[in-house]
Write a protein that binds this ligand. Structure first.
Ligand code: 5GW
Ligand code: MN
Length: 301
């Protein structure tokens, strides 16, 4: 879109009420797939009108929650995460960001815009990451049961070691929302790092699986995310009782879940890129991206 076009659009929106370009039924993006075989939209830049979508959801007066864990040394990522969320994540909507940390006093005082709220909750530190990881789903499950039920409509669960770079808004809303992992989206499913041992409850058999989804971002309506968190937690714990830990922990369980329960909306890798990866041409906008981190320095084990 050129500047003149944007100015005209803005004029139409502000002065004349909502107007937007005529949707085409024959022209659209041809370099990417924008709908899955089960007819869920795949969200790419250029497949939606932000102003139109925002106007639909403004009328519904929705509230969006985000959960983020910052335990141990990961607290260092929180400031950038929160500040960039203020700039790009559901701007203009009611937002509640839930921070789970073992160091509540170290949570940066980020100024939140009107209608946006930061809620800090204490969680114990844990020597083993696997325990933090397992507890993540449990905490999300409990949060939905105890706190969110009445005043939140949608929830996104996000990794803290990441920053927003561009709009993440109403186009991402759906019943059950998964993000395509940036590392595997051009690969054959045989290359996906699913859990491959049948003994695990995260098992995905050869020839199965649609996409490889990120563990670092998922969401949807409360009921759907509650079901997901409960199921992944139970499978994770039942595996653990038998001494099994899935290849990529909760990401593996999430992938199994999304195979059996197809997401109603799929977000393209624009919604979780990785800073160390060069941008591919079909990715016109990077909206959220994992920062480069020194694993030896930040991980407890
Ligand atoms: C993660 C891996 C090994 C040891 C510790 C952690 C860890 C993760 C931690 O010590 N503290 C913490 O808060 N986390 C949370 O889990 C962060 O929100 C983090 O973004 C999320 C997932 O872990 P990541 O980001 O290290 O996983 P990858 O797959 O993105 O590298
Ligand atoms: Mn991460």
């Amino acid at each position: 879109m050129n500047l003149k076009f944007v100015a005209v659009l803005l004029f139409l929106v502000v002065v004349l009420g909502l107007k937007y370009p005529q949707p085409s039924i024959t022209h659209g993006r041809t370099d990417v797939v924008s709908v899955t075989p089960w007819l869920a939209p795949v969200v790419w830049e250029g497949t939606f009108y932000p102003v139109l979508l925002d106007s639909i959801y403004q009328k519904r007066n929705i509230t969006v929650a985000a959960t983020v864990f910052a335990v141990g040394k990961y607290i260092r990522f929180l400031k950038d995460f929160l500040e960039t969320a203020e700039q790009h994540f559901f701007v203009g909507f009611r937002v509640k960001v839930y921070v789970f940390t073992d160091q509540p006093n170290e949570v940066p005082k980020v100024k939140m815009a009107a209608g946006r709220e930061l809620v800090v909750r204490s969680v114990p530190n844990s020597k083993r990451w696997q325990e933090i990881s397992a507890r993540r789903m449990e905490i999300i499950q409990t949060l939905i049961e105890e706190t969110l039920k009445n005043d939140v409509d949608y929830i996104f669960c996000l990794d803290v070691d990441s920053k927003f770079h561009s709009r993440w808004g109403t186009e991402s809303l759906g019943e059950l929302v998964a993000v395509i992992h940036p590392g595997y989206y051009k690969d054959d499913r045989s290359k996906f790092p699913y859990e491959r041992r049948p003994a695990s409850r995260a098992y995905v058999a050869p020839g199965e699986g649609d996409f490889y989804y990120c563990g670092g971002a998922f969401g949807g309506v409360l009921a759907e995310v509650h079901q997901l968190a409960q199921t992944c937690r139970k499978n994770f714990e039942d595996d653990a009782k038998e001494g099994i830990e899935a290849a990529w922990q909760e990401e593996s369980h999430l992938n199994r879940y999304m195979w059996l329960n197809k997401p109603s909306k799929v977000l393209s890798p624009e919604y979780l890129w990785q800073d160390f990866k060069a941008r591919n041409s079909e990715v016109r906008v990077i909206r959220f991206s994992g920062v480069i981190k020194n694993y030896n320095e930040i991980r407890p084990n």
